[in-house]
Design a protein around this ligand. Structure first.
Ligand code: PMP
Length: 419
């Protein structure tokens, strides 16, 4: 067995400096909502791959499906081929997800990760409309490649590209003005302003809940008004559901509660179900204008991920059990957060379904609480423009006792740093 030097390999996630979290443990195995390090210490996972593990680690049904596939020498890489694994996934996705919701989308495999889906959406919107600019929102996060980074509303992330990007103009997200601007009059005026350079945008790209941006929750009426405006002005509406899709908000798609139908939807993270890389771009059929070869990539369509994705859809989306679970556990989280906020003036909380943010007045306290929680065996991350928000993304399948245990660790950690 290879010996892994813990002191060397546990300090950083990789050998370069770009990684920002500091969990010094050398993690080894994981099951459900728990990870175990090489010394046998257990950690409760409220991070869950930033939303890539909605069904937890090594979910037994998905694991069995994957093992069966490997044992019978199922194709792992099938570039440019139709495969049974792919066909079964597409059939299941249409039958269990799209058809019951009356959604008519073509499904594209844009590449392995979320940012690939966003890139394909931006490219397609420009190609379809023949227009250039994309409207995005303050505090948005859409990915780390040049196109997706250009619509990301965080200057410190965009700085990773070295010199300024030709980036889209971010518009204020819902509640940016603390609810004082309730309509889209400002938006209409910008669009009518011939000098703004934005009067003929190709698309609007939006998250229904901004995950990386600090758990900023858009209201249903705001999303509806945005969708209507896009429709009236023939601007394509892209919903980036990479982090909030696949059940995080309680519905399969996070926009369902608003009754809107985006022109393009991006999905990734939990769509593979098992933590394997997979991404989808869903496009209205009339938008399928690409000529063959205009958007491809070697690792688009990962067959083992198709297998676990199909198993996840069959296990979790054939009925509404998960939806009810998310509603119940989401209420437990917001109750616990309300309790913490009642004890600590100045703190607030927000969220939808099983994404929740605990907001600190003093940003540095959020990281301090996460560090103490880590020592007590809980993994949670910060988000928001100043990292002032502790963001919870526990597996949707977490046991209620484990959820309460983790929330108690957080409550005690907050009491320690903010007495
Ligand atoms: N869009 C959203 C909303 C995201 O949260 C993320 C990842 N945090 C991405 C896109 C990019 O996905 P990936 O990291 O898989 O490229």
């Amino acid at each position: 067995e290879t010996h892994v030097d813990e002191t060397t390999f546990s300090k950083h996630e990789s050998e370069v400096r770009t990684y920002c979290r500091n969990w010094p443990a050398l993690f080894d195995t994981a099951q459900g909502s728990w990870l175990t390090d090489v010394n046998g210490k257990q950690y409760l996972d409220f991070f869950a791959g930033a939303g890539a593990l909605n069904y937890g680690h090594n979910e037994p049904t998905l694991k069995d499906a994957l093992i069966d596939y490997l044992v019978r020498d199922g194709i792992t890489h099938g570039l440019d081929m139709s495969t049974r694994a792919k066909g079964e996934f597409l059939q299941t996705f249409h039958d269990l997800i799209l058809a019951p919701r009356n959604l008519d989308y073509k499904v594209q495999f844009p590449g392995p990760t979320g940012t690939n889906a966003v890139e394909s959406a931006l490219k397609l919107a420009r190609k379809v409309t023949g227009r250039e600019s994309i409207i995005s929102f303050t505090n948005a996060f859409h990915g780390m490649t040049l196109g997706s980074l250009s619509v990301t509303g965080n200057a410190s992330k965009r700085a990773g590209a070295g010199v300024p990007l030709v980036h889209s103009t971010p518009m204020p997200f819902d509640n940016y003005f603390d609810g004082t601007v309730e309509d889209f009059g400002w938006f209409e005026r910008v669009l009518d302003d011939q000098g703004s350079g934005l009067n003929r945008p190709a698309a609007v790209i939006v998250e229904t809940v901004q995950g990386e941006g600090g758990v900023n929750v858009a209201r249903a009426e705001w999303l509806r008004a945005l969708a209507e405006l896009c429709f009236d002005r023939e601007i394509l509406l892209i919903v980036d559901d990479v982090q909030m899709g696949c059940g995080r908000t309680g519905e399969f798609f996070s926009f369902e509660f608003a009754g809107i139908t985006p022109d393009i939807v991006t999905l990734s993270k939990s769509i593979g179900g098992y933590g394997l890389p997979m991404a989808l771009t869903l496009l209205k059929p009339e938008l399928d204008v690409w000529a063959p070869g205009e958007h491809n990539g070697t690792f688009r369509g990962n067959n083992p991920a198709f297998v676990t994705a199909t198993a996840a859809l069959n296990k979790f989306w054939a009925d509404d059990l998960l939806t009810r679970d998310v509603a119940r556990k989401g209420a437990i989280i917001s109750e616990a957060f309300a309790d913490i906020c009642a004890r600590h003036p100045g703190m607030s909380h927000r969220g939808r379904g099983m994404v929740a943010g605990l907001v600190f007045e003093e940003a540095s306290l959020a990281a301090e609480v996460c560090a103490i929680a880590y020592e007590s065996g809980l993994l949670a991350e910060t988000s928001g423009p100043s990292d002032e928000v502790i963001k919870l993304l526990p597996p949707l399948t977490i046991d209620e006792d484990d959820l309460l245990h983790g929330l108690a660790i957080l409550r005690d950690a907050v009491a320690l740093v903010n007495p």
